[in-house]
Design a binder for this molecule. Sequence first.
Ligand SMILES: Nc1ncnc2c1ncn2[C@@H]1O[C@H](COP(=O)(O)OP(=O)(O)OP(=O)(O)O)[C@@H](O)[C@H]1O
Length: 571
Amino acid sequence: MTTNPKRAEQPPTHLATAIRASAGAFCLVFLYSCGYNLFLLAPSIYLLQIYDRVLSSRSLDTLIMLTLIIAAAVVVGSLLDIVRRAALSRIGSWLDHRLRPVVLTACFEYGARTDAGLANEGYRDLSTLRQFLDSPAASLLFDIPWAPVFLLLLFLVDPVLGTIGLVSAIALLLLAVLTEFSTRQPLAQANATLARSQMRFANALRYIQVIRAMNMQNGAAQLVYRDAETARHAQDDAMHRSEIVLGLSKSVRMLAQILMMGAATWLVLEESGNPGIIFVSSLLLGRGLAPVEGAIGAWRAVAFACTAFNRLNRLLIAVASQANRRTVPMHEASGLLLDGVGYVLASDNRQILSGVSMRLVPGDCVALIGPSGSGKSTLGRIIAGVQPATSGCALLGGVDISALPFFGGTRHVGYLPQDIELIGGAIKDVIGRLDGTDFGKVVQAAKLVGLHESIIRLPRGYDTDVGDGGALLLRAERQQLGLARAVYGNPALVVLDDPNSSLDYEGERRLFTAIARMRSLRMMVVVITHRMGILPITNKIAIMRNGTIEAFGDSDHIFDTYLQPPARTGS
Ligand SMILES: Nc1ncnc2c1ncn2[C@@H]1O[C@H](COP(=O)(O)OP(=O)(O)OP(=O)(O)O)[C@@H](O)[C@H]1O
């Protein structure tokens, strides 16, 4: 047999490792289940003993003793059932506690790089697994191996009874398979459309102010509602199908009981056996069919849990393999290198950037200028590692920039995007990138960009709440806080996209001072700008046009050669 070497190299995911680590606990649940199922035999034994011993001896003492013993067995059995359910719930809680941070990080990573929708589903999958372990369906899985044991006991009582039990179990099993096949497609459709509807709803909420301002509420609601309706129809369809099969399975079960009692009575009449077997066989059949029948109801939960497990595992494998690809040690001193960077839009194959090359060394500050739509922000996002280039390479210290998040959480890059999203409530959290462990670094960043004095004048200082996404601030204030966040921890490279678009004269002056300080700290600064006033504080300029670099070099040279207004010729 040949093995796929790639697959063999792949280390187990956190999910697989955590499941493996809980194997001991699952074994314990299995043992509890064995005990529980053994005690389920107590009523059958009780009936047989009554017919065998009590009725023949007419002894009241024997009856009392037997009843007490069986009652104790039933209580112990119920306790074992409670204990195993609690144990499964504890396993679920432990898995959740252990995996939630890892899964969250992986989902963020996957969402940023590949597919936000799938990342969202991946995160929900962990909750699905937890809910499954809390549900009766999980304990039922441990009862299923006991169904054949009860059927075997029926065979031991009499092969005819065993055959009736076996045929009934197979019929119920086939119905369970039928449920799965008949509901799989509508359920998959319901899940997909429900997820899309939720995503659209979240997006609509995000832009609700704009939607309201332009009176688009009805259209947005229709968009969300249409998907929700499709999901509901698909869910109803699946439910109707499973209800029909459930009804059929109930009939099969009742028929099996009647047949079993009839056959057992016939055996007693024919062979003058113990009349107790009429009830015992009925009880054993009930025990044997219960897990099979339960499986019909639990099938969906089991299928959901399996899908959730596989999807989450695939997501973790995808994120891990992205991380494994890049393990080159980083040398910040070697600076930033762009070599033939290109970017093609996945949606319409439009070439946005092509053949962009440049090199920066620590302490450099380059201004990216050029007409609107020339690709400056796209290049800025690639340099900041927000999106990977589709061709060529962008390296910081010899390492693919888009892989930097995998380097032990060290922050090598700061980024101030055009649409400043301030995540976090208090100023210290916003600047500290939600890290919050090093307040000294937060103050250092605020001082570097000249914000510290303004912050400490606020009544709550660094604890001042900026509102969701910085909603309580002016755009200029958001820009300045975003700048402080970008320089938090003195990263090697800072990308500022239009950092002075909303700044007044004073704000711009502070920005220029901040850039000069960054340079003196050997940071590399990439400034995307439309305002030429920033050029004197840079030492390099790159002029972009139609997705390529038209000119790149020392600021003075570029300024004199390309940006000086043509000398007026005298009239
Ligand atoms: N995610 C995207 N979806 C669609 N088009 C995009 C996307 N990203 C970039 N573009 C397109 O790429 C081109 C370059 O955009 P980019 O924002 O990089 O230019 P820019 O030079 O920064 O413009 P501006 O100075 O106006 O910000 C534009 O035509 C833009 O429409």
